[in-house]
Design a protein around this ligand. Structure first.
Ligand SMILES: Cc1cc2nc3c(=O)[nH]c(=O)nc-3n(C[C@H](O)[C@H](O)[C@H](O)COP(=O)(O)O)c2cc1C
Length: 276
């Protein structure tokens, strides 16, 4: 049996369970005074590398949002679960101009590309500038942010995902009750699944090319992982057409791979190598 729930303000937190990333955003006001507060209304927006962007949602009267509107810069710091008490300390309603970090174990380090400092204790950091701000009427302020630098602890940079998950120990935000009781998940039981590919015949049958492909190009296309093969095919044909070609060659594929930053290292993450 199911029941429809009345949608009330703060539905996203009160009734709908949204496991989320926990971050501490550092920003500065126009006078250069530092501010820090936790934020988890955050997700990737442009996933490609040319203009990588995040989307972050704020209460419009929060100091962080006002600082971002005033200066156009901020830093997203991801703390480990060991720092949850400090994260909560920065969430308290201190008056404007108070540096919440003074009440925590967090220490600041200079950021690479923006003025607000980063938090040394956070293993994963994104330095951001404003691309666009949308003030939703009587609701959140949404910041579409350019990621100008991603900075991680040296020791985790080359780890595989499984090791990195353990080493970073990022808490998962599980919402709150009445803006006072906050709930978190801790990474002590991570489940790992391997995605199985669909049968090869089925994948090939689904592929409908609009242009002619020469053999090296087709061989290279078949080496692209099945889940992105259709998209790569469409994009490559679009790219070939933009050059006035009626036949797709391996050069078109290579040019497109370069444009999208799909080098050998990125492609090998999908389990197969680029070719041609
Ligand atoms: C874990 C956690 C996540 C939060 N996420 C958000 C959020 O995404 N957006 C928001 O407006 N407030 C969020 N808050 C509430 C703000 O952190 C809180 O209102 C804070 O006092 C704002 O500080 P500021 O005015 O210095 O920016 C969150 C609080 C906690 C504890």
């Amino acid at each position: 049996m199911k029941k429809e729930i009345k949608i009330k303000p703060f539905w996203y937190s009160d009734i709908w369970l949204f496991p989320k990333l926990i971050t501490v955003i550092t920003s500065m006001d126009a006078e250069g005074r530092l501010n820090a507060a936790p934020y988890s209304h955050i997700m990737q927006y442009d996933v490609m590398h040319k203009k990588p962007r995040m989307m972050v949602g704020f209460r419009q009267d929060s100091h962080t949002f006002q600082n971002i509107c005033a200066t156009g810069e901020f830093v997203i710091n991801c703390p480990s679960a060991d720092y949850l008490p400090d994260v909560m300390e920065t969430a308290r309603f201190y008056p404007e101009g108070i540096n919440e970090l003074e009440h925590t174990r967090f220490t600041t380090i200079p950021s690479r590309k923006v003025k607000p400092p980063s938090l040394a204790e956070c293993p994963q950091i994104a330095e951001c500038t404003v691309d666009e701000i949308v003030n939703l009427e009587k609701s959140s302020g949404i910041v579409f942010a350019n990621i100008v630098a991603i900075v991680v602890d040296e020791k985790i940079a080359d780890m595989d995902r499984g090791q990195r998950i353990q080493a970073m120990n990022l808490p998962v935000g599980l919402g709150d009750e009445d803006r006072v009781e906050y709930f978190y998940g801790i990474m002590d039981n991570v489940v790992h699944h391997t995605l199985k590919e669909a049968p090869e015949g089925y994948q090939a049958a689904k592929l409908k090319t609009a242009l002619e492909w020469d053999e090296p190009a087709m061989v290279a296309l078949m080496k692209v992982p099945a889940m992105v093969r259709n998209m790569v095919m469409t994009q490559t044909e679009k790219h070939a057409r933009s050059q006035g070609a009626t036949r797709v060659t391996a050069t078109h594929m290579r040019e497109l791979a370069e444009e999208f930053g799909m080098d050998e290292a990125v492609l090998s993450r999908f389990g197969r190598k680029a070719d041609g």
